[in-house]
Design a protein around this ligand. Structure first.
Ligand SMILES: *Cc1c(COP(=O)(O)O)cnc(C)c1O
Length: 426
């Protein structure tokens, strides 16, 4: 990595950086990472004193802004009492309260906690496979998934992600082949989808989708009607419907969960990312009663054999409970509505500019899609930093997924920076 001398020099930076392997990064050519030393609201403070307005809320986790005092207080109390205890044979109030609340919000019945989104997806896939095995349907061992889908970076999650667009190309021959199809959008597409399922349903355990918004595959949107129809057809063929709400959950698309907008209840739901308001790593796989009851029998072989060591970490669960309190006490979904309007209005200035392929907004997600040949994500990232913004373009998009609490002037700064940078793509 090219070393650019900055005003603030810290020995921990240079000495430590030589031993760090960064995510999604060609470290030979990537610009040096920025050193963050503090966060608050929608601001990230860097080691050299510069302040950046955050456009992506740390991979859209920090939905209430950073360091929300209410969450911090709840975590401090839990930290004193019991930061962690194993979940094998022991339970605790933060996890049980959280499970009950999550089920009430999602109309699901059982919560299996894990520590990252990818693992929540692995758990959902394993539950789906074993559900059928426990019913004597061993042949149902494949999944249907969608082009541009992304479900995580572990091997099972990779197998149901887009084989080309999900950063997993190198592993194509090593992961299980699944059925990857286009999201149908019209009656012809649905008819094809229906007939495909007729042909293969006996070998398929379930279907996995990011409802309404495909995130890391390029922030692509489909309508609630499309989602409801995919759900209807999947259920018609007896497939389990797995909703990966890791990115869309907790208000991001305008409802608390994206499935709500389509009026559907999945068989399995994965949540993560904003679950703890961006403070701790925690995820969960939620199951309906029909799924759970298929694991109840007199045989230990029918039990679900999975258990992350830090499963249901009490500190993370306390943060998640506090985050849910904030969704109840503060007008988050109203704020999302306002953000969507502002994003749509202000980003529309990019429409028709040379190099711009599409401009779109859904909930608190704003996207400017760029012609791939104009995309230079490392260069663009540096330009945004120069404008005081933390925006991290990837693939062929520049996107904003700010905290749901972002102020109007802060969001204007972000959209202004996007429009300014995009207008110079030439
Ligand atoms: C981020 C993400 C994941 C993976 O979550 P990790 O916590 O990074 O493992 C899975 N599915 C979707 C839709 C995501 O956005």
């Amino acid at each position: 990595m090219a070393r650019k001398k900055t005003a603030a020099f810290h020995s921990w930076f240079d000495e430590g950086l030589a031993h760090i392997w960064l995510p999604y990064s060609q470290m030979k050519i990537a610009p040096l990472p920025q050193a963050a030393v503090a966060t608050k609201g929608s601001t990230i403070t860097l080691a050299d004193g510069r302040e950046l307005t955050d456009g992506i809320a740390s991979w859209w986790t920090a939905c209430h802004g950073y360091n929300h005092p209410y969450i911090i207080k709840a975590m401090q109390a839990q930290l004193e009492r019991m930061p962690h205890v194993m979940f094998g044979g022991l339970v605790h109030e933060p996890a049980l309260t959280l499970a009950k609340r999550l089920c009430r919000l999602t109309r699901m019945q059982r919560v299996f906690f894990a520590d990252s989104g990818s693992v929540a997806v692995e758990v959902a896939l394993k539950m789906a496979l074993q559900y059928w095995r426990n019913k004597g349907r061993n042949l149902k061992d494949r999944f249907i998934c969608f082009h541009n889908g992304y479900h995580g970076d572990t091997l099972g999650a990779m197998s149901v992600s887009d084989p080309e667009r999900s950063m997993h190309r190198a592993f194509r021959s090593a992961v299980i082949r699944q059925y990857v199809v286009d999201i149908p959008t019209d009656e012809y597409g649905f008819a094809e989808f229906d007939s495909l399922l007729s042909g293969i349903a006996t070998t398929v355990a379930g279907i996995i989708i990011e409802p309404l918004v495909q995130g890391a595959g390029g922030m692509r949107f489909h309508s609630a009607d499309v989602l409801a129809e995919i759900h209807r057809i999947a259920k018609k063929h007896g497939l389990l419907f797995i909703a990966d709400e890791i990115a869309t959950g907790f208000g991001r698309t305008g409802n608390l969960f994206a499935c709500d907008e389509a009026g559907i209840t999945p068989d399995l739901m994965c949540i993560g990312k904003a679950l703890t308001g961006g403070t701790m790593t925690l995820s969960a796989t939620l199951a309906g009663e029909d799924i759970f009851s298929a694991f109840l029998s007199d045989s230990p072989d029918d039990a679900f054999m999975h258990g992350p060591t830090y499963m249901a970490n009490p500190l993370a669960c306390a943060a998640a409970n506090a985050s849910l309190d904030l969704f109840e006490k503060e007008p988050r979904l109203k704020q999302v509505e306002r953000i969507e309007q502002q994003l749509a209005e202000q980003l529309s200035a990019c429409e028709g500019l040379p190099g711009v392929v599409d401009v779109r907004a859904k909930g608190a997600i704003g996207v400017v899609q760029i012609a791939p040949e104009k995309m230079d994500y490392y260069g663009l990232r540096e330009k945004f930093i120069a404008l005081g913004c933390w925006i991290r373009p990837f693939g062929d998009i520049i996107y904003l997924t700010p905290a749901l609490t972002i102020r109007e002037d802060e969001l204007s700064q972000l959209t202004g920076a996007v429009c300014q940078v995009v207008s110079r793509l030439g």
